[in-house]
Write a protein that binds this ligand. Structure first.
Ligand SMILES: *Cc1c(COP(=O)(O)O)cnc(C)c1O
Length: 425
């Protein structure tokens, strides 16, 4: 028997569904990972995959990037957790601010969920208002306020609004359509009690969905007019869309920003930052409570410092290379699907793309849900058989990393050719 199959059977007995985060499950069983390096992952049965899941976007610079491993290894020798401040944390905050000038003050946390939870509590504490506005299909982590009409694994599992979440909490979350500024404006006009608008500036958790022209600018204008803090959840887009995230790419200044994933390139670290008057509400100076044992631990902080320094050193060559590679994949996959006469749409930005099997352009939750996810599943399995690993869900995004080689891209194109043929059948 395959070792992954055996391990999955064991895992199911002791870990709910056998996995530690829902999207990791796929039929008939997920492969169990032995190791990774650069653009590659090896499983316990000796199979090798070109990785385009890339830690759901976290591994912008690839697996075990040498600069990062070397920085972290040095720190391992002198300490892993102090729960007292370090010079490293100040250095990291300055580096983040240099890339994200809107983040005037910054707190470090461990995960994107913690960052958005803190951002929302801060906005509520600052405005003394209750409600938040989120967009249908946006994913902001696995807590009650935002697990309402959420994308990502929740949409994949068909539980966009989770059981066990308190309706007393979720009734304070107003959901509006992505790419629909009229819907946003109407909702804001009708409700006086809004503490924040939270958005993924590029929606990477319903497949990939791009903001239409002016959508983000309109959002900024409306929220400013009504004096409502705007939270950009850049957990995916931070350091991926550009070194200054989507806010730099689209030239928009949010009031609060959350970062995660690519910030630590494979280590658990996230950040929340923004306007000084808002951030000063955090305790002990202010009365909005936020705390964490592992926040600012020197291992994660070293990984983030090294990631940002590497990104800043590579500068535009990194982003232009990623975009060139992504465009190449997208163009050829589009060509193959067109030749096979498979109805499809591909959305693409920088180092991210996703294909949807549908006739209609995918611009929001509804149009993404319309795509044929059975075909997607078939494509996913065939890709895997041919050594290409993408996230196992239509509602996730394909992520390129700096580690993908030209040979990887050529092999990936071959795999997509087989995969799309299998979809056609
Ligand atoms: C992944 C993600 C989160 C949650 O981050 P975790 O580290 O998984 O808690 C929040 N927001 C967005 C946009 C994400 O993609």
């Amino acid at each position: 028997m395959k070792k992954s199959k055996q391990l999955f059977q064991d895992a199911k007995k002791i870990i709910p569904s056998g996995i530690n985060s829902p999207v990791r499950y796929f039929e008939p069983y997920p492969f169990f990972v032995k190791k990774s390096k650069g653009s590659l992952i090896w499983d316990e049965d000796g199979n090798k995959y070109i990785d385009f899941c890339n830690g759901y976007g976290a591994l912008l610079l690839g697996h075990r990037r040498k600069e990062i491993i070397s920085a972290v290894s040095k720190q391992l020798k002198i300490g892993t957790l102090y729960c007292a401040p370090t010079e490293l944390e100040v250095e990291l905050a300055k580096l983040i601010q240099k890339n994200f000038p809107s983040m005037k003050k910054i707190r470090l946390v461990n995960t994107g969920s913690e960052a958005t939870m803190t951002a929302i509590r801060l906005a509520r504490g600052f405005t003394k208002k209750k409600k938040i506005v989120k967009f249908e299909g946006c994913y902001h982590g696995a807590h009650d306020s935002v697990l309402v009409k959420a994308g990502s694994g929740a949409a994949h599992a068909g539980i966009s609004t989770s059981e066990g979440g308190l309706s007393e909490v979720s009734k304070n979350t107003l959901v509006v359509q992505y790419n629909n500024s009229d819907d946003l404006e109407n909702t804001i006009r009708k409700n006086k009690d809004i503490a924040a608008v939270i958005v993924e500036p590029v929606l990477a958790n319903m497949g990939l969905i791009l903001p239409e022209q002016n959508f983000l600018h309109e959002m900024r204008k409306i929220t400013k007019e009504h004096d409502i803090p705007l939270i950009f959840d850049e957990t995916v887009t931070g350091f991926r869309v550009s070194e200054g995230g989507a806010q730099m790419y689209y030239q928009i200044k949010p009031d609060i920003t959350t970062l995660g994933k690519a910030l630590g390139n494979g280590f658990a670290i996230a950040a929340v930052g923004g306007r000084e008057d808002i951030m000063n509400k955090l305790s002990p100076q202010g009365k909005v409570y936020q705390a964490s044992t592992f926040a600012g631990n020197p291992i994660s902080v070293c990984s983030a410092i090294s990631s940002i320094k590497t990104i800043n050193k590579l500068k535009n060559s990194l982003y232009s290379k990623l975009e060139k590679n992504c465009r190449l994949l997208v163009n050829i996959i589009d060509e193959i699907a067109t030749d096979l006469k498979i109805p499809h749409h591909i959305n693409f930005l920088g180092s991210m793309f996703q294909i949807f099997f549908t006739n209609t352009p995918v611009v929001d939750y509804k149009t993404s849900k319309k795509a044929d996810s059975k075909k997607f599943k078939k494509m996913f399995s065939t890709l895997l058989q041919h050594g290409v690993f993408i996230a196992p869900s239509q509602f996730e995004t394909v992520f390129l990393s700096d580690a993908h080689t030209n040979q990887d891209l050529a092999n990936t194109i071959d795999a997509y050719r087989y995969a799309l043929k299998s979809v056609k059948k």
